[in-house]
Design a protein around this ligand. Structure first.
Ligand SMILES: [Zn+2]
Length: 127
């Protein structure tokens, strides 16, 4: 399960970061996850619940913000979303086509590959 590995790395990084503060409670952790990562939101939520059992993140909410794919074409100057191939199942996942929707040329991927912590909502002892 790819999601579990990704979430384990994120939880480790968040716990490391939280050591810098006098954290009383963590309300939520917000992630930015690019559409190109093809990570399942439900699987990530499930992994998060298990991986935060027994540490300060227990009970906090995992908020996942999707980052849409943005492509850039040097040939024709197109910049915008990718066309997608419908996967045909009912998962709601769509596979982006990584060539220019305008001219079919090679594109540079500007956005959609993120997999990072965007923000954390914590309560510290100072308040
Ligand atoms: Zn183009």
């Amino acid at each position: 399960m790819h999601e579990a590995t990704v979430v384990a790395n994120i939880v480790d990084a968040v716990l490391e970061e939280l050591k810098k503060y006098d954290v009383k409670k963590v309300n939520s952790v917000t992630l930015k996850i690019g559409d190109l990562t093809q990570l399942g939101t439900e699987q990530m939520q499930f992994a998060y619940e298990i991986l935060t059992e027994g540490n300060i993140l227990k009970g906090s909410e995992l908020i996942i913000e999707a980052e849409p794919v943005v492509l850039k074409c040097d040939k024709c100057g197109y910049q915008g979303p990718a066309k997608t191939l419908d996967q045909g199942d009912y998962s709601g996942h769509q596979i982006p086509i990584l060539s220019c929707p305008g001219c079919g040329g090679e594109v540079e991927i500007l956005e959609g590959q993120s997999c990072c912590v965007k923000s954390m909502d914590i309560e510290t002892g100072d308040e």
